[in-house]
Write a protein that binds this ligand. Structure first.
Ligand code: SDX
Length: 435
């Protein structure tokens, strides 16, 4: 990144014990909070900063995604998520994230061709699936098979070659979707369906998931549009836990397939991408509207591990713009499909009650992207266990775009945090007979 974003502003840090003062420079970006540059803090003060869950820490500069948690803003390369979800397609958003702008018609056709012609996977990968139990959690399979991609594509592992970086990015966007569909098929004992080059990204994914060799399958355009919109809404989200995992893995110069596999592992957690599965399980646990107060109280009880899944966000403190789009899409898909899912009414009543409760209001806990996504995915025919896999299919483009941006940083260095050591001081060794 060419511009160093330096300003003439500084913060002065004073050591109250010694009176020593150091000036810390302030860097300013194009949107959002400025940052205090503490890169020289240790060499100047012998002290580290301390911020275990990074609530006040910027880990990098990025041009890809901006989030304003107070205003509920999410934009990719300057385009608002609501505009992209309404007016664009997932492959256009992939181009935007990867290359920095929406594609021209010619660029779109070429990009979609490149992605389409990477959707097949090496036939050997089919045999990896045979090693898993059919009832393995789909995310456990995805962790394995996505990492295994690096065993096949030796011609695009040189991270210092821009063309190989681009091919790996295309391969990951295309093949993670195919592997996800294969994972679903394997879990239900049906044969894998090969990708079709005459279908769009979303249509092809639905085809690979729901078609069977025994008869023709026509993709429902309503489902295809909903799938495409869900992929757009989950594509990237600044430096969230899984993206930070991909960046940290990439900082060691590990290959992009291994880095994305690390991201998938992190996304699986119920505090992160695993929340969409947890929301549906929670709604099924609550079962009826009259039991909502009981679970609201449990969510507020510090001694009860139960949390209102799909609520709260580290950054969004008024609303998650993606949840708003998903809520509308939820109504449309269920109406178009003629599905009356009582869980939607339960979810809306749960949201209404929670948002009137001072506990949630004081802590600024609102529905996040995961709160409504599961209801749509269920209506589309996906089992709950596949929800986080679908999140990974979409987020692969965000992970690989952020990885590419980091690798292209001229000052790439391995990420290596320090710590506050609170363990035992040095002590003499104790032989086994004396313990
Ligand atoms: C995603 O980072 C991203 O961008 C992630 C994501 C993306 O696109 O990549 O947006 C995707 O991961 C969305 C979040 C999905 N997770 C969930 O829905 C799980 C439920 N939510 C929580 O676990 C929690 O809200 C987090 C993990 C999302 C955020 O955690 P924080 O920022 O560390 O907040 P916290 O745990 O410190 O909570 C602050 C307070 C605490 O109470 P007090 O100690 O102040 O009394 O709010 C409470 C928490 O107990 N709280 C909740 C709650 N979430 C927070 N109480 C009940 N139910 C909840 N859901």
């Amino acid at each position: 990144m060419s511009n160093n974003h330096k300003t003439d502003k500084t913060f002065t840090l004073i050591n109250d014990e010694t009176g020593d003062r150091i000036k810390l420079p302030v860097l300013e970006g194009s949107e959002g909070p400025a940052v205090i540059d503490v890169r020289k803090l240790y060499s100047q003060t012998g002290h580290f900063t301390f911020d275990p869950s990074f609530t006040s820490t910027g880990s990098c500069k990025s041009r890809i995604t901006f989030i304003d948690g107070e205003k509920g803003i999410l934009m990719h390369r300057g385009y608002q998520i609501s505009d992209l979800a309404e007016k664009s397609t997932f492959t256009e958003v992939c181009h935007l994230l990867l290359y920095g702008d929406l594609p021209t018609r010619a660029e779109k056709e070429k990009f979609e061709h490149d992605i389409t012609y990477h959707t097949m996977v090496n036939e050997q990968i089919n045999f990896f699936y045979r090693g898993f139990r059919r009832d393995a959690h789909p995310m456990s399979i995805m962790c394995g098979v996505v990492g295994a991609l690096s065993a096949f594509y030796h011609d695009s592992l040189d991270i210092n070659d821009p063309r190989q970086r681009e091919i790996s990015a295309h391969r990951l966007i295309a093949k993670v979707a195919t592997l996800a569909a294969m994972t679903y098929k394997y879990s239900i004992g049906q044969p894998f369906m090969y990708p079709r080059n005459d279908l769009s990204f979303a249509e092809n994914f639905l085809y690979m998931c729901f078609a069977v060799p025994a008869e023709p399958y026509k993709v429902n355009p309503i489902l295809a549009r909903a799938m495409d919109k869900i992929f757009i809404l989950h594509a990237d989200h600044e430096q969230n836990a899984s993206t930070s995992t991909v960046r940290l893995a990439g900082s060691s110069q590990a290959n992009p397939f291994a880095c994305v596999a690390a991201g998938i592992a992190c996304l699986w957690g119920p505090s992160h991408g695993g929340a969409n599965q947890a929301v549906l399980e929670m709604l099924d646990q609550i079962e009826t509207v009259d039991r909502i107060p009981e679970f609201i109280e449990r969510a507020k009880d510090k001694d009860d591990p139960f949390r209102l899944m799909g609520f709260g966000h580290r950054v969004y403190k008024n609303f998650d713009p993606r949840a708003n789009v998903l809520k509308t899409a939820c109504d449309e898909v269920l109406e178009d499909l003629g599905i009356d899912d009582p869980r939607l009414e339960l979810a809306m009543e749960l949201e209404r009650i929670a948002l009137e409760d001072t506990y949630f209001i004081e802590r600024k806990l609102f529905p996040n992207v995961d709160f409504y996504s599961g209801i749509i995915l269920k209506a589309m025919g996906f089992p709950t266990s596949m929800f986080t896999v679908l999140f990974a299919v979409a987020r692969t483009v965000g992970w690989i775009s952020q990885w590419k941006e980091m690798i292209e940083e001229p000052s790439l260095r391995i990420g290596r945090p320090r710590q506050l050591y609170v363990g035992p001081k040095s002590r003499p060794y104790v032989d086994l007979d004396d313990r």
